[in-house]
Ligand binder design. Structure first.
Ligand code: F6P
Length: 316
C-alpha cells in the first residue's frame, strides 16, 4: 500500500485502512469489532469510581470490577462476532468456547492491563492477540494479528495484521482515524523501561542495564505495559524489559496475553522481542498462564541484551 499523506490521514478510518491494505474480510471485521470494545471499555473506566472490588484473579492478584467488566465486554462482543471459536483471557482460568466451533479465529486478551493504575489516573490498556490455530500447539505461525488500545489523555489503537503496525486515534465522532502509518523503529532509541527490583536481577542483566545507563539512556517506566510499549513505538526506539528475577526466573509478564501480541506489533515495526536468548514469537507456550522474561524494543538494545545474557560480553 502506498504511503498516505498527512493531509489525507484524517479521512482514513480503521475500516478503510484495513480494506486498502487488502486484509481478508473476516479478519478486518473482527479487528474492527474488537476496536469498538475499546470504546465501551473506556466508557466503563470513566464511569468507574476507581475502587478495588476485592476480587482475586487466577494469579492471586487484586482484580478490579473494571477488569471483570472489560473481560465481559470483550467476551460478549466476540460471541456475537461469528468469527471466533475460542476466547482466552487473563481474567479466566481456562479457554472459553464462544462460537459454534467452526469459526476461523481464537482471540486472547488482557482486557485491562495495568488496571491497578486506574486510581492514579495513569494510562492503561487492552492487549489482544488473534490466532488461527490453537494458542498452545499452533506454533509461531498461529498469531495472525495483534492490537492494543491505550486509555490515556487520548484513546489510541495500534494494530497489525502482518501489514506493518499502524496507529489510530479515536476522534470526537467516535471513529478511529489514522494517525501513524507503518510505524518504523530506528536502529536504536534513547529510553529504557525496567521492571523488577534491582536486588533480584542477575549479574548479566545488571551489567546490561549499566551499559544502557553509561550510554545515556533515560529511564521511562510507568508500571503499565501498554503505555510503556506505546512510548517505545511512538518515539521510534528504546527498550522495555521485565527480566528473570531471583526467585521468579520467568519474570512477571504473561507470554500469551501480554508478550506475544506486543512482540508481533514490535516486529512489524522493525523491532525485536526476546526472552534474552530466543525470539518471543518462537516460544511455544505450554500453559495458558506461562510467564517469560522479556527484552523488547529496537534492534540495538535487544541484540545488546542478548550479548550480555548469553555471556558474550561483560564490558559495561
Ligand atoms: O502484568 C501487569 C503489569 O501491571 C504490567 O502492565 C506492568 O508492566 C507490570 O505488571 C508492572 O509490574 P511492577 O508493578 O512489578 O513494576
Amino acid at each position: 500500500m502506498e504511503n498516505i499523506s498527512d493531509a489525507t490521514k484524517q479521512f482514513i478510518d480503521l475500516r478503510r485502512h484495513m480494506w486498502m491494505a487488502g486484509i481478508e474480510v473476516d479478519l478486518r471485521r473482527l479487528i474492527w469489532q474488537i476496536a469498538v470494545t475499546g470504546k465501551y471499555i473506556s466508557s466503563k473506566i470513566q464511569e468507574s469510581n476507581r475502587k478495588l472490588a476485592g476480587f482475586e484473579n487466577i494469579y492471586g492478584e487484586e482484580q478490579l470490577a473494571l477488569d471483570r467488566s472489560s473481560d465481559e465486554i470483550i467476551k460478549q462482543q466476540l460471541a456475537f462476532s461469528g468469527f471466533v471459536r475460542q476466547y482466552a483471557s487473563e481474567e479466566q482460568d481456562s479457554i472459553i468456547q464462544v462460537g459454534k466451533g467452526g469459526e476461523k479465529y481464537i482471540v486472547t486478551a488482557d482486557p485491562l492491563d495495568g488496571s491497578s493504575l486506574v486510581d492514579t489516573n495513569l494510562a492503561i490498556g487492552t492487549i489482544i492477540g488473534i490466532h488461527r490455530e490453537s494458542i498452545l500447539t499452533g506454533g509461531d505461525k498461529s498469531l495472525v494479528a495483534a492490537m492494543y488500545v491505550t486509555y490515556g489523555p487520548l484513546i489510541t489503537m495500534i494494530y497489525s495484521a502482518g501489514n506493518g503496525s499502524h496507529e489510530f486515534v479515536l476522534n470526537r465522532e467516535g471513529e478511529y482515524v489514522l494517525s501513524e502509518e507503518n510505524i518504523t523503529l530506528g536502529e536504536r532509541g534513547n529510553i529504557y523501561s525496567i521492571g523488577g527490583l534491582r536486588k533480584d536481577w542477575s549479574q548479566e542483566h545488571l551489567n546490561y542495564i549499566r551499559r544502557l545507563e553509561k550510554e545515556g539512556y533515560k529511564l521511562r517506566y510507568s508500571g503499565g505495559f501498554v503505555p510503556d510499549i506505546n512510548q517505545i513505538l511512538i518515539k521510534r526506539g528504546g527498550v522495555f524489559t521485565y527480566p528473570a528475577l531471583k526467585g521468579t526466573p520467568n519474570g512477571k509478564l504473561r507470554l500469551i496475553f501480554e508478550l506475544q501480541p506486543m512482540a508481533f506489533l514490535m516486529e512489524q515495526a522493525g523491532g525485536m522481542a526476546t526472552d534474552g536468548r530466543q525470539s518471543i514469537l518462537s516460544i511455544k507456550p505450554e500453559t495458558l498462564d506461562q510467564r517469560c522474561p522479556i527484552y523488547i524494543g529496537s534492534k540495538y538494545e535487544v541484540e545488546t541484551a542478548k550479548l550480555f545474557l548469553e555471556g558474550n560480553t561483560t564490558t559495561i
